[in-house]
Ligand binder design. Structure first.
Ligand code: ZN
Length: 340
């Protein structure tokens, strides 16, 4: 009960990539050295989670430069040399994005070896994360499809093939990250969820979706300031998500102006990964603060549906901060578990 995990990413060690930076370049251009550095970083990421007493572990997303662009490097139809500067997340910020120039096709295994490596280094349940179709579409320039739903369905098929292979390689949970679900609210029921359900069709493991308000970077913090006293995005989308084929929904609550009763909109039909750790601050929460959020969540869903978690990925944080936050998460969950 109250099994703990992080959303997905952890900071990268300085010998792998520049710390506290998104899209940080790798520290080495030598493929063999880079491979070894990634492997070492994955082992440490798993060890840090195990030492913090988290129940479900990830590879810390150590092998990818960015949570969206990592998967795209091995898909046909995307020109990585043709970067186009576009506004993403409804123009919240600009990014140099690769351009879709042809029909999308998976060239072959993308993350299989990463899952197999992580699987070989932990006995705990292993979660693996990939970007969801809507968020991928929103993080790319398109010069081919001219239609976001159609492009999302093409990505859903690729993600579905990939997810099935990752289950065979040892993943226990496949989670799709869909921060775009908090931005394009109208498109979630019309095509966002359709694409997501297509991505998990026939995938024989626990499946999840992570929906958040983003990393603690300035553009996101500025955006949150415009959202008013109550952040009602989840209230709009969760009723439709309750009807989807997804098993778990990962939501942000710590330090967020999100009413926790939105959990009830899932009607006890989904596991809820309750974000009880704020990734925008550099101080670890107290275990009591974590416990308070878990207790509040328990008023709106049965205990077997509650999974204490972080709000979002921790890649931009200093390593010592991420470790302290993981320990606080586990300690807070332990307090509430003892009460139940
Ligand atoms: Zn997130």
């Amino acid at each position: 009960m109250l099994k703990t995990s992080i959303v997905g990413s952890l900071p990268k060690p300085s010998w792998l990539a520049q710390p506290e930076v998104l899209w940080a370049p790798w520290a080495s251009d030598d493929p063999a050295k880079l491979e070894e550095a990634k492997h070492d970083a994955v082992r440490l990421a798993i060890l840090d989670q195990e030492e913090a007493s988290l129940d479900i572990v990830t590879d810390g997303e150590q092998s990818r430069q960015h949570f969206v662009h990592g998967i795209l490097e091995r898909i046909d139809g995307i020109d990585f040399d043709r970067k186009t500067r576009i506004g993403i997340r409804n123009d919240r910020y600009e990014a140099d994005c690769p351009t879709v120039t042809g029909e999308l096709r998976r060239k072959g295994p993308i993350h299989r070896d990463e899952v197999a490596f992580a699987r070989a280094h932990t006995d705990r349940p292993l979660k693996f994360t990939m970007p969801g179709p809507m968020t991928i579409v929103d993080t790319l320039a398109d010069d081919f499809y001219g239609d976001r739903p159609a492009m999302a369905m093409a990505f859903a098929d690729i993600l579905n093939e990939e997810a099935k292979e990752l289950v065979a390689a040892g993943a226990d949970v496949i989670q799709f990250d869909e921060p775009a679900f908090n931005v394009y609210l109208d498109a979630v029921p019309t095509w966002g969820l359709g694409a997501l359900d297509r991505a998990v069709k026939g995938v024989d493991c626990t499946t999840g979706v992570h929906i958040c308000y983003g990393y603690g970077i300035k553009a996101n913090l500025d955006w949150k300031e415009t959202l008013g006293a109550v952040w009602d995005q989840y209230r709009t989308t969760l009723p439709a998500i309750a009807e989807s084929d997804i098993d778990q929904v990962s939501l942000e609550f710590a330090g967020a102006r999100v009413p926790i009763e939105v959990i009830a909109l899932l009607e006890g039909r989904k596991d809820v990964l309750v974000g009880a750790i704020d990734v925008t601050t550099h101080e670890a929460e107290s275990p009591q603060a974590v416990a308070a959020i878990i207790r509040a969540a328990l008023e709106h869903a049965p205990a077997e549906r509650i999974f204490p978690c972080t709000n979002c990925g921790m890649v931009p944080l200093p390593r010592r901060v991420a470790v302290a936050k993981m320990k606080a998460l586990a300690a807070g969950a332990a307090i509430v578990r003892a009460e139940l």
